[in-house]
Design a binder for this molecule. Structure first.
Ligand code: ATP
Length: 300
C-alpha cells in the first residue's frame, strides 16, 4: 500500500466546565465533546523522511513543519513502533483553523489512523489513544468520535449514548483565537471578579437531553465557561450569538475557545433557515450547517 486517506470530523463542546487553575498550569475540565459533520482529510503517502503539506480552508495559517500536530502524531507513532518510518501527509482542511473546533487535534488523530494502516502496524485503538493523549488533550476524543464526556484535562473519556441526530449551524469568524490566550483571559476575569471557582460537574439535564434526543432541552443546557473570555477578547461574538438567538436557535454557544459560534436547530430544514438568516445578518465570515454525532476518523 502506497497511500492511505482518512476523513476526520470537527468537534463542538456541548458543555465545557472549567475548574480552578491547577499548580501545573492546567485546569480540571468536564468536557462534553460532540463530533460534527465538518471534515478534514489526511492522505499519508510512503516517503523516506517526514513532511506535511496543507491545502484548503485557511491553509496559510497552518504550519508545514514539525509544529504541525499531524506530523507530530506521525513522529510519535514511528517512535512507539521503534522504526525509522517516513511519510508525506497531505491535509485538506475544511475545519476552521484556530476556530475552537479542534482541527489540529483532528488532523493528528487522522494521521495516527492513516500511518498505522500505511505502515502495517495493526495497533489497536487503545494504543493509539495513549499516543494521542501525549500529543494534546483533545486528540483522544478526535480518535473516538461520536459524543463523549472527558474529565481530567479532557483526555479521560467515556462515550455517551445519544438518541438520533442533532442539527447545527456554525458561524465562522475572521481570524482565530489562541486557546492559551482564552484560558489566560478566563483566569484573569475570574481573579478580577473574586469569584470562587467551583469544581467542574457534568450537567445531568444535558446528559439526559442527549440520551433522549431532545433538541429543545439540549439547547437550554448548552454551556461553555470559556465563553465570557472569548467574548471579552472578541467583542463581535456577542452580536453573533445574539443574532442566532433572535433568529430562533434552540441554543447557542461559543465552540471551545472560539471564535466559531454554534447554534442548535430543530431540524435540518430549520438549520438551513437559521444559516440563511445569519448570513443575511452579516455577523460571520461564513455560515455552515452540520449534524452530529458522527463517527471518528475512518479510512476512505
Ligand atoms: P482547540 O479547539 O483544540 O483548542 P482550535 O480548533 O481552536 O483548537 P486548531 O485549528 O487546532 O485550533 O489550531 C490551533 C493552532 O494549532 C493553529 O493556530 C495552528 O497554527 C496550529 N496547528 C498545528 N497543526 C495544525 C493542523 N494540522 N491544523 C490546524 N492547526 C494546526
Amino acid at each position: 500500500m502506497n497511500s492511505v486517506t482518512v476523513r476526520v470530523p470537527a468537534k463542538v463542546n456541548l458543555q465545557l466546565a472549567v475548574g480552578p487553575l491547577r499548580d501545573d498550569g492546567y485546569h480540571d475540565l468536564v468536557n462534553v465533546f460532540h463530533a460534527v459533520s465538518i471534515f478534514d482529510e489526511v492522505t499519508a503517502t510512503a516517503e523516506t523522511g517526514m513532511s506535511v503539506r496543507v491545502e484548503g480552508e485557511s491553509a496559510d495559517q497552518v504550519p508545514e513543519d514539525g509544529d504541525n500536530l499531524a506530523i507530530r502524531a506521525a513522529i510519535a507513532l514511528a517512535g512507539h513502533a521503534g522504526r525509522p518510518y517516513g511519510v508525506n501527509l497531505l491535509i485538506r482542511k475544511s475545519i476552521p483553523v484556530a476556530g475552537g473546533m479542534a482541527g489540529g487535534s483532528a488532523d493528528a488523530a487522522a494521521a495516527l489512523v492513516a500511518c498505522n494502516e500505511l505502515w502495517g502496524l495493526g495497533l489497536p485503538r487503545e494504543d493509539l489513544m495513549e499516543i494521542a493523549a501525549d500529543i494534546g488533550s483533545d486528540v483522544p476524543f478526535a480518535l473516538l468520535g461520536g459524543t463523549a464526556i472527558g474529565t481530567g484535562r479532557g483526555e479521560r473519556l467515556t462515550s455517551l449514548d445519544v438518541a438520533g441526530t442533532f442539527h447545527w449551524v456554525f458561524a465562522l469568524a475572521d481570524g482565530g483565537l489562541s486557546t492559551a490566550a482564552v484560558y489566560a483571559e478566563c483566569d484573569r476575569l475570574r481573579q478580577a471578579s473574586g469569584e470562587l471557582v467551583a469544581w467542574p460537574q457534568a450537567a445531568g439535564a444535558l446528559l439526559a437531553a442527549l440520551r433522549e434526543g431532545d433538541a429543545e432541552a439540549l439547547g437550554a443546557q448548552l454551556g461553555n465557561d470559556l465563553q465570557p473570555a472569548a467574548v471579552a477578547l472578541r467583542g463581535s461574538l456577542a452580536h453573533t450569538l445574539d443574532a442566532g438567538r433572535k433568529q430562533g436557535a434552540l441554543g447557542s454557544l461559543v465552540s471551545g475557545s472560539g471564535p466559531t459560534c454554534a447554534f442548535l436547530a430543530r431540524s435540518a430544514a430549520h438549520a438551513g433557515e437559521l444559516a440563511a438568516g445569519l448570513k443575511d445578518a452579516g455577523v460571520a465570515r461564513d455560515v455552515i450547517t452540520a449534524h452530529g454525532p458522527v463517527p471518528g476518523p475512518a479510512v476512505v
